[in-house]
Each structure stands twice: as C-alpha cells, then as structure tokens.
Design a protein around this ligand. Structure first.
Ligand SMILES: Nc1nc2c(ncn2[C@@H]2O[C@H](COP(=O)(O)OP(=O)(O)OP(=O)(O)O)[C@@H](O)[C@H]2O)c(=O)[nH]1
Length: 386
C-alpha cells in the first residue's frame, strides 16, 4: 500500500509502458509493421541518445545505449543468433544484472575509466551468467530457468529502485528490463518496434535530464531562477510576487557548517514548494526564494504565505553534526530533542503586486524592498503590499 502511495505515477507509467510495448510487439497493427521493418530507425535514435548523453555527461544512459546498440546490431550481422536461447535467455539476464548495477551505483560521468570499469564488470557478469546458465541447464534441462530466477529476484530489485528513488531513469531501466525478461520467457526475440521504444525511452531520460539541468536548482530540486524568468514572460497583467529569505543564514552556516546550511535550504525549499493558491516557488539564488501567484493580488496571496512562515518557524531541524561550534546568541530555538541537537530557522517575506502596465522585474524589485522592510522590522514576518 505504502509502495503504491509513494510513487504511484511511476508505477502506473511503468505498467502501461511495459504492457503496451509487449502487446504491440506481439500483435502489431499495420502501421507498426512498417516501423518493425526499419531496424535502422531505432539505431538512429540510439546514436542520437549516445551523442546527447555524452554531451550531458550521463554515463549510465550512455552505457545502457551502447549495450542496446550491441543488442540490436549483432542480429543485423548474424541473424541466426536471434532464435538462440543465448539471445532470449542469457542476454536479458545480463541486461537486468547491468541495469541493477547501474541503478545501485552513483552517476560517475562518461570518462574512459568509468566506461572501462563498466565494460569489465559487464564482461565478468556475462561469464558468470553463462556458467550459471550452463550448470542450470545441465541439472534442470531447462534453458530459461535463469530467466525465472531473474524474474523472481532481479525485477523486484529494479522495482525497489523505482520505489526508493522514483526517478525517470529508474522507471525506464525497469521498463527495459521487464520487457526483455517477459519477451525472453515467451521465447520471442527482440523486434525492431520494441527496440525503437527502448531508444525513445532512453531519449526521453536524456532530454528530461537536460531540461532539469536548465530549469531545476541542483541543490534543492525546485525550479531555478532561469525557470522563473521563463515563467515571468507569460504572467499577463495581474500577478503577485513574494520574495523570501532565511533569517541569519550566514550565522547558521558559521555555527553548524555549510552542509547543514544546505540541508536547511533543501528543507525550506520543500516547504515553500507546497505553497497553496497556485503559487509557484523558485530558488532565486543563495538563501533567497521567490513565489509567483498568477492572477492574484498581493492581498489574495497573503493568506497562503503566513501559514508557510509559521510552518517553517515551528519545524524543528534535527542536526546531523553533533560537534557544532559554539552557537551565536542571535540564533534562536536551539535545544535538545531526545538527546539530539536540534535548531529552528525562520524566514522573512515581502509581497508586491502588479500596478498597471508594470514589468515583472519592477514588481520583483518592490517585493525585494518589502523583504528588506521585513528584515528591518525584526525578521520572521510577512510584509504585505505597501
Ligand atoms: N549552505 C549554503 N549557504 C549559502 C548558499 N548560498 C548562499 N549561502 C550563504 O548564505 C549567507 C547569506 O548571508 P547574508 O546575505 O549576509 O544574510 P543572512 O545572514 O541570512 O542575514 P539576513 O538576511 O539579514 O537575515 C552567506 O553566508 C552565504 O554564504 C548555499 O547554497 N548553501
């Protein structure tokens, strides 16, 4: 139950993608039959993914794509391979093993060393799996027993990754793995339609990741200032802007260290991103955030901001680093919660709204001025429209 609640969308997408791809691979309608007769289409898509993943230093996608190219290119040269149990049994098992290996290890870019290490690991896994399958085939006289083992152990491990991280990459890796294993169990060799679907799924991850690089703040995961500037161009004539800033953040950093400061920024961003009333939250820079309310006046936005301030004020942060430096008197709310060091942070907010024909930058400046007023008034407060 908890599993479905946590990453429901990812699991639903995974289910739809997998079942549709397998169904259409086996029972293609006429338009798909044309696609299936074009092996070079998927190869072309793979080459595009290869170029983009190299450009954006996405080593895991790059390596998976190299494997998929090999997976597709070998039968083009050696068509007799397609029907063999090697291709429908050992290769899917190997793919699951590699996808798990990639899924459980951190992204380490596209350097030659990393690729060499991955090639070596994959080759070792291949030899290991070939030997295990030979032994299993000998003692059970079944060529697909290894696939059943992978179905019982490997697929749940991939799903665990989706549950734990819920990233697009994990969903796509699981999708590829599940499709390959199910098709292998059915004894159906990979077809061009399925390989095209895989290549498009990998292309989707690369494009999604490059979009995130451009429009997401790396530290907090919320939208970045650049995303705010794009949004600002389509706001229309009526909107409210809220500028907010963590109080005494420099002292927090000096007292608890930069890493704990980063944790605070992540936490605050998470709380601010939950703002109601259709507000969109952006990290403006440093410890400053900006919330935009389209089609709302400053007065209409105010009731959504005060609860945010209170939520942040009442949140008790459990500190990771117990060897904190001597804290400044200006820091507030430092206490012990069940023997652990804890601290509280507060934020100040300034609100501004559009006057007739005003540009976004002007409203932003006035919101910033109101934020300054909030700081002057003693911090931990919301300054409404002047
Ligand atoms: N940990 C961490 N600190 C950051 C980051 N970006 C900016 N800072 C710190 O945020 C602090 C901002 O300090 P100030 O602008 O002086 O403001 P303040 O201490 O919050 O004081 P008031 O705004 O007046 O309440 C600086 O010490 C920056 O080093 C970041 O990404 N991570």
């Amino acid at each position: 139950m908890q599993l479905l609640e946590k990453n429901r969308t990812q699991f639903v997408c995974l289910f739809i993608l997998t079942t549709t791809t397998i169904y259409l691979s086996i029972y293609p309608f006429s338009a798909l039959k044309i696609l299936s007769s074009l092996p070079w289409l998927a190869l072309f898509a793979y080459v595009v993914v290869l170029g983009l993943s190299y450009q954006y230093k996405q080593g895991k996608v790059l390596f998976t794509t190299l494997l998929m190219i090999a997976y597709q290119a070998v039968p083009l040269g050696f068509p007799q391979m397609l029907g063999t149990s090697f291709y429908t049994s050992i290769v899917p098992q190997l793919m699951i093993a590699i996808l798990l290996y990639l899924g459980f290890t951190p992204e380490r870019g596209v350097s030659g060393n990393v690729i060499n290490e991955r090639v070596l690991t994959s080759f070792t896994a291949f030899i290991g799996l070939a030997v295990i399958n030979m032994l299993l085939a000998k003692y059970t006289s079944s060529h697909v027993i290894g696939l059943y083992l992978v179905l019982a152990l490997g697929i749940p491990a991939l799903l665990y990754l989706v549950w734990m991280n819920g990233t697009h990459q994990d969903v796509v890796f699981s999708y590829i793995g599940i499709c390959m294993v199910i098709m292998g169990l059915m004894g159906v060799p990979p077809n061009n339609f399925m390989l095209l679907c895989f290549s498009l799924a990998l292309l989707f991850i690369v494009l999604k990741e490059s979009h995130n690089m451009a429009y997401r703040d790396q530290l907090t995961g919320i939208s970045s200032r650049r995303a705010m500037e794009v949004q600002a161009s389509g706001l229309g004539k009526r909107f409210a802007v809220v500028m907010c800033d963590v109080d005494h953040f420099k002292k927090f950093n000096d007292t608890y260290g930069h890493d704990t400061g980063d944790d605070v920024l992540r936490l605050v961003a998470k709380k601010l991103a939950c703002v109601g009333g259709g507000g969109l939250t952006y990290r403006y820079g440093g410890e400053e955030f900006c919330i935009i309310f389209k089609n709302k006046s400053g007065q209409e936005a105010f009731p959504y901001i005060e609860p945010l301030r209170l939520t942040i004020e009442h949140y008790t942060l459990i500190l990771r680093d117990k060897n904190r430096k001597q804290h400044s008197k200006e820091m507030r709310g430092i206490s012990d919660v069940q023997g652990q060091q804890s601290a509280c942070v507060t934020m100040s907010f300034g609100i501004a709204e559009t006057l007739s024909g005003e540009k976004f930058e002007d409203v932003l400046k006035r919101a910033d001025q109101r934020l300054y007023d909030a700081k002057e008034a003693g911090r931990n407060c919301v300054m409404p429209v002047a």
